[in-house]
Write a protein of this length. Structure first.
Length: 211
């Protein structure tokens, strides 16, 4: 089993990472740690309230194969969160895959992870003008950019972002990851059955509600 982590901070975007996280957990049975600098409630930009499973003080970044950074409409709290940035810096000179979408690449820039690397991002370009640690010459205006162990993406390409990360780890996601249209499927393909073993497990679980 590989180890994945998602970083949490104020106003993080679920929408930009759920194609990736749902595929990892539901399709491939991976476990994800949700890490934040404090053991407190974080509210996503959609309004969902989330508690981290570990803090940056409790976790060691080099224990993970991949660290996923969702975008945020309000990047400043995370950008000036020293615990979070120091946690990311702990992954420098490692082969951890850093996967950052939308505004999140600016966190990698501050941590030094993007030094000398090509990247993209969905933040407004004035952000790059404001902060000297952003290497503007390496900014590539494409939907998804991969350079070494870093994968960055613009938020609107969340599906392509997920696909890039999953393919990086060799998961079998087919040729058209989450791109098939409803009318492309037959009635048989849209009729679902458990295996006999799975159905028996369901019936056992059901007893707790019906007995």
């Amino acid at each position: 089993m590989r180890k994945f982590a998602v970083l949490l901070y104020p106003d993080f975007s679920l929408q930009e990472i759920t194609c990736l996280t749902s595929a990892l957990t539901i399709w491939f049975g991976e476990k994800i740690d949700f890490i934040a600098s404090e053991k407190k409630e974080y509210v996503s930009e959609e309004g969902l309230r989330v508690l981290p499973t570990r803090t940056t003080a409790e976790a060691r970044i080099t224990d993970y194969d991949c660290v996923i950074l969702p975008g945020t409409v309000n990047p400043l709290p995370a950008l000036f969160d020293d615990g979070l940035i120091d946690f990311l810096r702990g992954g420098m000179q490692s082969d951890i895959v850093f996967a950052a979408v939308s505004s999140a690449p600016i966190l990698l820039s501050k941590a030094g992870i993007l030094n000398g690397r090509k990247f993209t991002s969905g933040y407004f370009m004035q952000m790059a003008d404001t902060f000297a640690f952003v290497e503007k010459d390496n900014f590539i205006h494409k939907g998804v950019v991969e350079d070494g162990n870093v994968i960055t993406a613009v938020g609107m390409f969340f599906r392509e972002f997920a696909e890039a990360v999953l393919r990086r780890f060799g998961y079998d996601i087919g040729k058209e990851f989450m791109r098939d249209k409803p009318e492309d499927f037959t009635e048989e393909e849209l009729t679902f059955y458990w295996s006999d073993e799975e159905y028996q497990e369901f019936l056992e679980e059901l007893k707790a509600y019906t007995d």
